[in-house]
Ligand binder design. Structure first.
Ligand code: C2E
Ligand code: MG
Ligand code: MG
Ligand code: MG
Length: 295
């Protein structure tokens, strides 16, 4: 039910009218509830990371792992990042949450190394808002220092939207972190604003091909053309490519034919809690060590 409401405009200081309906009201209410819950989520230990493997397509070996955030809320249950990351970004809570994610992911990656597993790169998603509101360099350094993870084992996933801010500042920051050995990738590549000129100047290692293109790869010629073009361009620029959302063996075959380097998706594993991922890791490296032994 739509209602006409009045508010005093911040800009003009005058009264103004706006429509709001119940759906909007509910959205606003949910936003508020999520925000208030999130505020306490870190200290109450309600944030958890799930982990999903990244596989080298040619060798079939795991080369990396992406850390994906979930919120185990007493009120809402297990909340997906799509629902609460935007709230965290709007409220600025993404700064402490992002710092927690970085440190937790680095600690976990270090723990797996200490457990005798081959060194994997752990990929952490960074929000463009973190670049705007946080001293990302200090936050990253702190996470590495506290965890003892070598910088070359950390990969930061940026989105193209990062290039909408002060580009020179972002380029300089990425370069400084790269000099310390960290890796960078562009997430959801192909969906956002991206200037090839900046892309070339941005000192990154990898493009993550958005799963919308990967999904349609075997259905439409257009999607296949896009994936082929991205892989070819990336290789010419000296970048690796990883396909997101690889759900079937057929898709993996297509990607191998196209020359895509890595794959990530439900075909190999869904994102899972750290404990489950530890078991997965042990099984994977046990099996690949056995496969490598001469018969
Ligand atoms: P993303 O970084 O592009 O992560 C990949 C998403 O695809 C994940 O969703 C993952 O669960 C999902 N996925 C993986 N394989 C498949 C597949 O085969 N099929 C399908 N349909 N989906 C697959 P998730 O975990 O819900 O995360 C959604 C987004 O939330 C992420 O997209 C990322 O943008 C954001 N996010 C997650 N964790 C963090 C975080 O710690 N910080 C920030 N700033 N953003 C995060
Ligand atoms: Mg990502
Ligand atoms: Mg992605
Ligand atoms: Mg995506």
């Amino acid at each position: 039910k739509a209602d006409l409401a009045m508010y005093r405009s911040k800009d003009t200081g005058r009264n103004a009218y706006y429509f709001y309906d119940e759906a909007m009201n509910n959205d606003a209410e949910e936003h508020l509830l999520l925000r208030n819950g999130l505020r306490l989520a870190i200290e109450r230990g309600e944030l958890v990371l799930h982990y999903q493997p990244q596989m080298d397509i040619r060798s079939g070996r795991m080369v990396g792992v992406e850390a994906l955030l979930r919120w185990q809320s007493p009120t809402f249950g297990l909340v997906e990042p799509g629902r609460f990351i935007p709230v965290a970004e709007d409220s600025g809570l993404i700064v402490p949450i992002g710092a927690w994610v970085l440190e937790q992911a680095c600690r976990q990656a270090r723990a797996w190394q200490d457990d005798g597993l081959p060194a994997l790169t752990v990929a952490v998603n960074l929000s463009a808002v973190q670049f705007r509101r946080d001293d990302v360099e200090a936050t990253v350094d702190q996470a590495l220092e506290r965890s003892g993870l070598p910088p070359h084992c950390l990969e930061l996933e940026l989105t193209e939207s990062i290039l909408l801010q002060d580009v020179e500042q972002v380029l300089a920051l990425v370069q400084r972190l790269r000099q310390r050995g960290m890796h960078f990738s562009i997430d959801d590549f192909g969906t956002g604003y991206s200037s090839l000129a900046y892309l070339k100047r941005l000192d990154i290692d990898k493009l993550k091909i958005d799963r919308s293109f990967v999904h349609d790869l075997d259905q439409t010629a257009d999607a296949a053309a896009i994936v082929e073009a991205i892989v070819e361009m990336a290789h010419k620029l000296g970048l690796r490519t990883i396909a997101e959302g690889v759900e079937s063996p057929e898709l993996l075959d297509r990607l191998r034919d196209i020359g895509c380097d890595e794959a990530q998706g439900y075909l190999h594993a869904r994102p899972m809690p750290a404990q489950d991922f530890s078991r997965y890791l042990h099984a994977h490296f046990h099996n690949s060590a056995r496969a490598a032994q001469p018969a």
